[in-house]
Write a protein that binds this ligand. Structure first.
Ligand SMILES: [Zn+2]
Length: 160
C-alpha cells in the first residue's frame, strides 16, 4: 500500500455523527504516511473535548486493522486548531445533500467567529430566510435552524 491508497482507505472512515461525511473530508485527518512501513495518522479534534473524537480514533484503528496492519500510530495534534475551512468541497456537498447546512465560509466575520452567521442557507430549498431556534442541535457541533420559507427545521454545522 502506498500513501495515496492509505488516504483512500481513510476516506472510508465516516464521521460518527454524520455518516455521509468522511473524516478526510471533515478535515480531521491532517496527515497520513508510513513510518518504517507502519501507518502513522495525525488527527486534529474539531473542538477540544469533542466526545466523538474517541470514536473517530477507534474507527481509524478498525480500518487499519481490517487492512492487516498490526502496528500503527494515531496521533492527536491540537495545533493548528481545526476550523470549518478545512472541510473539503466534497464534504460540504455531502453535508448539504444530507440536509445539514454546511458552514458558511465567513470565518473572518465576527458573527461567524461566535458560531452565529447572520445568514444560513436552507439545505432543503436554498432560501436565505432562516432563523436559529437553538444554539445546540442534535450535537454540540451543530445549531438548530428553521427555514422561514419551507418551514423545515435543519441542523447547521457551526463555524469554529
Ligand atoms: Zn427551506
Amino acid at each position: 500500500m502506498n500513501e495515496e491508497e492509505l488516504w483512500n482507505l481513510l476516506d472510508e472512515v465516516m464521521d460518527p455523527e454524520i455518516p455521509v461525511l468522511s473524516l478526510v473530508d471533515l478535515g480531521v485527518i491532517r496527515e497520513a504516511k508510513f513510518v518504517n512501513g507502519n501507518p502513522q495518522i495525525t488527527i486534529t479534534p474539531t473542538y477540544s473535548g469533542c466526545p466523538a473524537m474517541k470514536i473517530m480514533e477507534e474507527d481509524i484503528e478498525a480500518v487499519l486493522q481490517g487492512s492487516g496492519f498490526d502496528e500503527y500510530e494515531v496521533k492527536t495534534v491540537l495545533s493548528p486548531a481545526w476550523t470549518t475551512d478545512w472541510i473539503t468541497e466534497k464534504g460540504r456537498k455531502a453535508l448539504h445533500d444530507y440536509g445539514i447546512a454546511p458552514p458558511e465560509q465567513t470565518t473572518s466575520d465576527k458573527n461567524a467567529l461566535l458560531g452565529h452567521p447572520k445568514e444560513v442557507t436552507c439545505p432543503h430549498c436554498r432560501s436565505r430566510q432562516t432563523k436559529m431556534l437553538s444554539q445546540f442541535g442534535s450535537t454540540p457541533c451543530k445549531a438548530l435552524y428553521q427555514c422561514n420559507d419551507c418551514k423545515e427545521p435543519f441542523d447547521y454545522f457551526k463555524c469554529i
